[in-house]
Design a protein around this ligand. Structure first.
Ligand code: ADP
Ligand code: MG
Length: 683
């Protein structure tokens, strides 16, 4: 069944709900931010109050990263490198932006006496407006919703989450009690100073600067003066920023013999793109630091894959899987993709063309030798080069996942719990990868105790299949508990056939992309009998229970079935004798190609005009209750009581599948009446 846009939204929303999120509120919060900006004429000093969230984020940053102060340098160097990247990219179109002899670099200038540390770059720079806007709001993350998330994270002592939000510039206040930013935007001859103690407000005023770019001047706190020492900076840069592809120069001051002060700049990093270095030269720490630099994650990645492809096309990729999902993973509009470089020149962040949506959690870098430097989004969209790269990227990521699943099962299951629903989207949207996705799938199942952490792979399911079972059975439902007691699965379970439980909103569509596994059909055990389940369970049952198997049509039940159909003509499309029940009297099944009740409800909440879908009521032909109803009908063909019983049976079938009753009051009354009758009968 093709997924309409409405369905897709519903489906993805269910993903968001799984993560307990409400995607649209992020968009709202952002829209609000941009309205709170003030403007000012070029030569005036203006005072601005921080956006309300900033001070809260600041205190959160300071409290939670207290023991991790070093990160400020990584953040500020990373901003400088971003600014250099942006200028390099802009100058492809506008070569006049950079002066003659321009050499991009980052400089660290420490003044022990004054207790200041300056992070200097000759990157894109900031205009008055950018200074006000980008440093006055929480740039990456500025929204109340996010803050709530953060505060919750703090409550749970799960501070690692904060890393994902990229505290960025504000981490400077970990070590400084005042920060000044002097900046001149590329292409402008005006410079401005932003300055603030990080409490409530900041000022922006005209300033002087000869070169384009930015200086961030930290006035170090009394007990943080070590950050103005050469040895300390050298150590931090080597540890955190070695792979930054621009030179990071440390200003070294020495007094010569005459006591004259001499300063020179010394490059302290390798300044070569990490991804271009051979894998064997890189340590686990370097891979991890680079990941943190790319993602702002405070935690290392789950794994990475690093590859160089040569041939008709040349490109390099370094891709990472994070350990935990971004807070808005369920949001289909989530910015995703990897960083695209062309011959070491940064082109863009979040290059969506290189990654399908169902791999939107993958982070990393692709560096192509073949794309033109002035590549545009449009060009990317129908580029053969991009398509080739994308295929490789998908293959490499799936291989990496398979490797982790094979070697680190616990880690993989942890990953699966968090990202599985997104990966499953791939079955639906890119069924051509079904073969590679299938071994990665994990489901709950009726085999409960035999599974690892309650989850099974399809391969393990197949290993457990008893003799005589030739297909894989699955059931869609709202929860494991409900499926465990589903009457629809009784016969299968009685025969020792395992049933996979698919309880996520996406499963309904995902599983359509996987008709077979290991040469065996996948069969929906909740659907109308297409012969599959019945034939299989029946043939097994034939010897043991010849009598029951003799006549599948159960002509003796025909009058009761007809009566049920009449009573429930509004509610169900058909009433049949069942092959799948053993202990329960009745159940509802989905017509072929139909939707499970819980999914139908989910969709209807978004798409109110969804045509009504009637299900099929199945009765257990050998259940005592059904036999009694048959007898009652024979005695008094249209007694009002039989009608009530039929309706009660239908209500019960709704209850066991977790559907709401159309009239719970009536159901309760009837049940009480029955109980009364039963107890007085016994008395
Ligand atoms: P992020 O880097 O994730 O966007 P930050 O808080 O680190 O968030 O920085 C906020 C913004 O301030 C940046 O997006 C950028 O626009 C601007 N900025 C910060 N530092 C610099 C710099 N050195 N040069 C130019 N712009 C900068
Ligand atoms: Mg930053």
């Amino acid at each position: 069944m093709p997924v309409s846009e409405g369905l897709q939204a519903a489906l993805l929303d269910s993903g968001a709900r799984m993560l307990n999120l409400d995607p649209p509120r992020f968009a709202r919060a952002r829209a609000h931010e941009s309205r709170t900006m003030t403007s000012a004429s070029a030569d005036s000093t203006t005072t601005h109050r921080f956006q309300a969230e900033v001070s809260q984020v600041l205190s959160l940053v300071i409290n939670s990263l207290y023991s991790n102060k070093d990160v400020f340098l990584r953040e500020l160097i990373s901003n400088a490198a971003d600014a250099l990247d942006k200028l390099r990219f802009a100058s492809i179109q506008q070569p006049a932006l950079v002066p003659e002899g321009y050499a991009p670099k980052i400089r660290l200038v420490a003044d022990e006496k004054a207790a200041t540390l300056t992070i200097w770059d000759n990157g894109i720079g900031m205009s008055r407006q950018t200074l006000t806007q980008d440093l006055g709001t929480v740039a990456r993350s500025g929204s109340k919703a996010l803050l709530e998330e953060l505060q919750q994270a703090q409550k749970q002592h799960d501070l690692k989450l904060i890393g994902q939000f990229g505290v960025g510039f504000y981490s400077g206040y970990l070590v400084a009690d005042r920060i000044e930013v002097v900046s001149r935007a590329a292409g402008s001859d005006e410079a401005f100073r932003w300055s603030s103690d990080g409490q409530e407000s900041f000022i922006v005023e005209p300033a002087g600067r000869d070169e384009l770019g930015t200086s961030v001047i930290l006035h170090l706190k009394k007990d943080q003066e070590d950050y103005a020492r050469e040895w300390k900076l050298r150590e931090l840069v080597t540890r955190y920023s070695d792979f930054i592809s621009y030179p990071i120069e440390l200003c070294i001051s020495r007094r010569d013999k005459e006591g004259k002060e001499e300063t020179r700049f010394e490059a302290v990093n390798q300044a070569s793109a990490l991804w271009m270095r051979p894998e064997k030269e890189l340590s686990a720490e370097q891979y991890e630091e680079f990941y943190k630099h790319l993602t702002h994650d405070f935690e290392g990645p789950l794994g990475h894959t690093h590859f160089h492809v040569e041939g008709t096309q040349m490109f390099t990729g370094l891709l990472y899987l994070p350990k935990r999902p971004p807070f808005d993973l369920g949001n289909p509009e989530l910015k995703h993709g990897v960083r695209l470089y062309v011959r070491r020149v940064f082109i863009m962040d979040n290059c969506e063309e290189l990654l399908p949506k169902w791999l939107r959690f993958v982070r990393g870098v692709i560096d192509s030798d073949d794309l033109p430097l002035n590549v545009s989004r449009e060009l990317l969209q129908d580029s053969v080069i991009v398509r080739t790269i994308k295929k490789q990227v998908i293959r490499r990521v799936l291989d990496l996942l398979a490797k982790i699943a094979g070697e680190r099962e616990a880690d993989y299951l942890d990953f699966w719990q968090k990202f599985g629903p997104v990966l499953k989207e791939g079955l639906h949207f890119d069924a051509s990868y079904a073969d590679k996705i299938a071994p990665l799938l994990r489901y709950e199942s009726s085999a409960g105790a035999d599974t690892v952490k309650g989850l099974t792979s399809l391969a393990d399911y197949v290993k457990r299949m008893p003799q005589g079972q030739s297909k894989l059975y699955y059931a869609l439902g709202p929860s494991k508990a409900l499926l465990d007691s589903s009457p629809q699965l009784e016969a299968l379970k009685k025969r020792g056939f395992e049933v996979l439980y698919m309880t996520h909103g996406i499963d309904q569509w995902a599983i359509e992309g996987l008709p077979e596994f290991d040469g065996k059909k996948l069969v929906d055990a909740m659907q109308e009998d297409t012969g599959d389940a019945a034939a299989e369970t029946k043939s097994e049952a034939a010897d043991a229970d010849k009598a029951a198997a003799k006549d599948k049509t159960h002509p003796e039940l025909a009058p009761l079935l007809a009566r049920c159909k009449e009573v429930l003509s509004e509610q169900v499309s058909d009433v049949r004798a069942s092959e799948r029940l053993t202990d329960s009297p009745a159940c509802l099944v989905i017509p072929k190609g139909g939707l499970p009740a819980h999914i139908e409800r989910l969709i209807r909440s978004h798409q109110h005009d969804l045509p009504e879908q009637k299900r099929i009521l199945e009765l257990n032909p050998i259940h005592p209750l059904v036999l009694q109803m048959k007898a009652a009908q024979e005695n008094a063909a249209d007694s009002a009581q039989l009608t009530e019983w039929i309706e009660l049976l239908y209500d019960q079938a709704l209850l066991v599948e977790g559907s709401p009753l159309p009239d719970p009051g009536r159901f309760a009354k009837r049940l009480s009446a029955l109980m009364q009758a039963a107890s007085s009968g016994r008395a």
